[in-house]
Write a protein that binds this ligand. Structure first.
Ligand SMILES: Cc1cc2nc3c(=O)[nH]c(=O)nc-3n(C[C@H](O)[C@H](O)[C@H](O)COP(=O)(O)OP(=O)(O)OC[C@H]3O[C@@H](n4cnc5c(N)ncnc54)[C@H](O)[C@@H]3O)c2cc1C
Length: 412
């Protein structure tokens, strides 16, 4: 279903070209892999070469670093189209977590870091991971609880800690690690980001945590230990003590790009459902002619439209230089629920075929569920919104309830 949004013209044209690429190259490849094993490195290389030929590779990266140079706002509809296949983001090099990590390097990296990490990442010669979450008693939803430490020793840093749910941690060549570099500072000010090469002594990938979702793209979510890991001062990413500020600059836009990739998943699910309902008959008519089925898809499409509009609103605020934390949290929570609902509606519409692997829906179904937890659980985002909603005036200073009648008032 096509809904027009007020996206910049260049972004729309680029998204159109990306859609052709998806339809002509990516979806046929997805079909050839149907329900099979994980995508090989060779297949990813092949898809990326094809994306380069179409001129759609790395749309969000500056031309100077090997991308197409779209602005954040221009790139958004492209992320959405890429999400129509689980292979799309991989092919275009807009896949998480590399996309967010490349963005972080573009924002906070110095020239040497950009040359050493950003450019090989853009080319697809390197893979990266962002290591923030820790097992108990470390930081999960509450980042103030970060226990991984970074201690300065001469012109080196020594990192000790335990991370998990580090996406792509098994395959990564480099980790961006959030560690506490000043134990005496305010919890939000004492953390820094470090670039840690995977082969550095003391880095131990404990395991790929068995998990739901991911489909054929097969990225790991790893548990990783850092024990006496020494990195030179040049591996500090951004300023010392700026870890949370930079992480926030990464996470705000990355949450929105995540929303749009998943909106693409939801949109394609509804397309699949419409096709199925149009071909299949039961009880004397096509399933697509039954109002109940139509309304289920209409409700899902309406909510999806609202989610996509919210994401663009938050993106416009970020583009205008605002942090937009509340709007990002609202958009993220709402989109995560809506895409899950849309895929569920599509699975139901397709009956047994919705569960089978001849259609992409079961992989989509597993892929969308984690989004209510990844990038901040629903409740954490609601906490952000609640703080704002109950801030002004503070609860203690609220006017009395403006009721028309008090308890005990007689009559009408
Ligand atoms: C597939 C996947 C990929 C991930 N990739 C990465 C990655 O690349 N890098 C990284 O650093 N992390 C990653 N994570 C970790 C992710 O960010 C965390 O799982 C998430 O922030 C929640 O933290 P937690 O798992 O420790 O949950 P906990 O903090 O243990 O919270 C458990 C549950 O408690 C509830 N809860 C939390 N706070 C509140 C509150 N204030 N009020 C009410 N209820 C609350 C929520 O329902 C939450 O789901 C990934 C996770 C998954 C599942």
């Amino acid at each position: 279903m096509i809904t027009e949004y007020d996206d910049p013209q260049r972004g729309r044209e680029f998204a159109e070209r990306t859609r052709e690429f998806l339809d002509e190259v990516v979806v046929p490849k997805e079909r050839s892999l149907a329900g099979g094993a994980d995508v090989s490195r060779g297949t990813i290389r092949e898809l990326r070469d094809a994306a380069r030929e179409y001129g759609v590779y790395a749309p969000q990266i500056a031309e100077a670093h090997g991308g197409q140079g779209l602005t954040f706002r221009e790139a958004l509809p492209v992320f959405e189209v890429a999400g129509r296949s689980l292979l799309g983001p991989l092919a275009l090099r807009v896949d998480a977590p590399d996309e967010g990590n490349m963005h972080t390097l573009e924002l906070a990296g110095d020239d040497l870091q950009k040359e050493r990490y950003l450019e090989p990442l853009v080319e697809g010669k390197m893979r990266s991971a962002f290591a923030m979450t820790e097992p108990r008693p470390g930081a999960g939803s509450d980042p103030k609880m970060i226990r991984t430490s970074a201690r300065r020793d001469g012109d080196e840093w020594v990192i000790d800690g335990h991370k998990w749910w580090t996406t792509q941690g098994v395959e990564a060549d480099v980790f961006i690690v959030l560690a506490r570099s000043d134990p005496d500072a305010h919890p939000y000010e004492g953390c820094s980001l470090f670039l840690v090469d995977a082969e550095t002594p003391g880095v131990e990938v404990v395991r790929n945590i068995p998990h739901m979702g991911g489909g054929p793209t097969g990225k790991s979510h790893a548990e990783v230990r850092f024990e006496g890991v020494r990195v030179p001062d040049e591996h500090l990413l951004g300023e010392e003590g700026e870890g949370f500020t930079i992480a926030q600059l990464r996470l705000g836009p990355a949450r929105l790009t995540h929303c749009l990739r998943f909106s693409g998943v939801a949109e394609r699910s509804l397309d699949v459902a419409r096709a199925y309902l149009s071909e299949r008959e039961a009880f004397g008519s096509r399933l697509a002619d039954k109002q109940g089925n139509r309304f289920a898809l209409v409700d899902a499409a309406t909510r999806l439209h609202a989610a996509r509009t919210m994401v663009r609103h938050a993106a416009d605020l970020i583009d205008a230089g605002e942090e937009a934390r509340v709007e990002v949290s609202m958009a993220k929570t709402y989109t995560a629920a809506v895409v899950q609902d849309a895929v569920d509606v599509a699975v139901q519409a397709c009956g047994g075929s919705g569960i089978g692997k001849d259609l992409p829906l079961s992989d989509f179904y597993e892929s969308v569920r984690p989004f209510r937890i990844v990038d901040g659980a629903d409740e954490v985002h609601k906490r952000v919104v609640a703080r704002e909603l109950f801030a002004d005036p503070p609860v203690d200073e609220l006017e009395p309830l403006p009721t028309y009648r008090e308890p005990g008032d007689a009559g009408r």
